[in-house]
Design a protein around this ligand. Structure first.
Ligand SMILES: NC(=O)c1ccc[n+]([C@@H]2O[C@H](COP(=O)([O-])OP(=O)(O)OC[C@H]3O[C@@H](n4cnc5c(N)ncnc54)[C@H](OP(=O)(O)O)[C@@H]3O)[C@@H](O)[C@H]2O)c1
Length: 331
């Protein structure tokens, strides 16, 4: 294939400002890069948060929308090993001030950007939906205690969301946990189909008292993964003021932090804006249960996800596919 001259991309140049389809020259391929033709890109809360964020907005110039992609390698730099033109690939690029994945072509550095071969069991749309949420979910499950005689018990709050669905499935099939999902009642059958053993409907039930009444008296929960945010279920400062749901040796992991506004960036950044989280982290480290506000950190988890999917043990759930997004915005 002839090296493309131009690429259309969805870009913005002010904080939360209008998105425009911009046509730019495709930069010459560097020796350590791949050029990927994007077939599908997904939208995640972090894309909206970065678009509306002063952190990104203060830097002059236009920035690309989207971090996740699935596509086909069309050109391979002279120093790149293990890739050839025609390979199907998916991954994540995090260049908040530069290129985004809502783009016809992207330049990917396979040593610093997340990329792996797309298995045939995923469509491009499914593959593009996976990297951030699945890797974040796997990082949460790293906080599980080691296996023991009794089955480990996990609570997933926000279990029907992008990240939550990727916590529920591996927790069940890869770690053999008992999974309690917190979501709205209308999604109860869906989350059970992913492997949840019990469902708590946050729109109708009191979460803390339901969890306390259903847990075995001798076995508190081992891990609570919070994909919603806020402090409703955070470990109490004192068990007298709030009952303790978790085993003192194990963990509460949030991917959001104490904030509840979905429009502002979450994850470990919130340690800076909510010093209580630092206190909670230290208290958990010293006395338990552990507390952590995390982000994805191991790219190797993507291979774990691919293996589970190839064995048919997990599935990628795509809410909606918007075709021809560029065409709609032209003119
Ligand atoms: N730290 C990181 O690296 C990282 C990575 C990914 C995402 N995040 C953050 O995590 C959050 C979730 O992201 P996502 O992509 O998983 O979101 P999402 O796909 O939008 O899902 C959110 C889910 O939360 C559920 N929900 C809403 N309020 C709830 C409540 N009070 N109790 C229980 N469930 C509730 C909804 O379920 P129902 O429809 O059933 O009500 C929805 O399915 C966002 O704030 C995002 O920025 C952080």
């Amino acid at each position: 294939m002839e090296y493309p001259k131009t690429s259309k991309a969805l870009r913005f140049s002010s904080i939360g400002g209008p998105l425009a389809v911009v046509e730019k020259e495709v930069p010459l391929l560097l020796a350590h890069e791949l050029l990927v033709k994007v077939h599908a890109a997904s939208i995640n809360p972090c894309d909206i948060q970065l678009w509306r964020s002063g952190l990104v907005g203060v830097v002059a110039g236009d920035k690309g929308m989207g971090r996740h992609y699935s596509g086909t390698v069309v050109a391979v730099g002279s120093n790149v090993k293990g890739w050839k033109a025609g390979d199907e690939a998916f991954g994540l690029i995090f260049h908040p001030f530069g290129q985004g994945t809502f783009s016809e072509y992207i330049n990917v550095n396979p040593t610093s950007d997340l990329i792996t071969k797309k298995p045939g069991c995923f469509t491009h749309e499914q593959a593009a939906s996976i990297p951030l949420v699945a890797l974040t979910a796997c990082s949460c499950l790293d906080w599980l205690p080691p296996p023991s005689a009794s089955q480990r018990k996990v609570i997933v709050r926000g279990a029907t969301g992008g990240t939550g669905t990727w916590v529920v499935q591996p927790a069940k099939v890869a770690y053999d946990c008992h999974v309690t999902a917190i979501c709205s009642g209308k999604n109860a059958d869906f989350v059970k189909s992913l492997g949840a053993d019990e469902v708590i409907d946050y729109t109708r039930q009191d979460i803390t008292s339901t969890l306390l009444s259903t847990r075995a008296a001798t076995q508190p929960y081992d891990l609570l993964v919070d994909c919603v945010g806020g402090t409703d279920l955070t470990p109490p400062i004192s068990p007298i003021t709030k009952p303790q749901l978790l085993h003192p040796k194990w963990a509460y992991v949030t991917i959001v932090g104490d904030k509840t506004d979905v429009n502002t960036p979450g994850g470990p950044l919130t340690y800076l804006t909510n010093p209580r989280q630092i206190y909670r982290y230290l208290k958990g480290y010293l006395f338990g249960p552990r507390y952590a506000c995390i982000a994805l950190f191991k790219s190797s988890h993507l291979d774990q996800v691919v293996s589970l999917a190839e064995r048919g043990e997990v599935k990628a759930v795509v809410q909606e596919v918007v075709e021809g997004a560029f065409d709609e915005r032209e003119g």
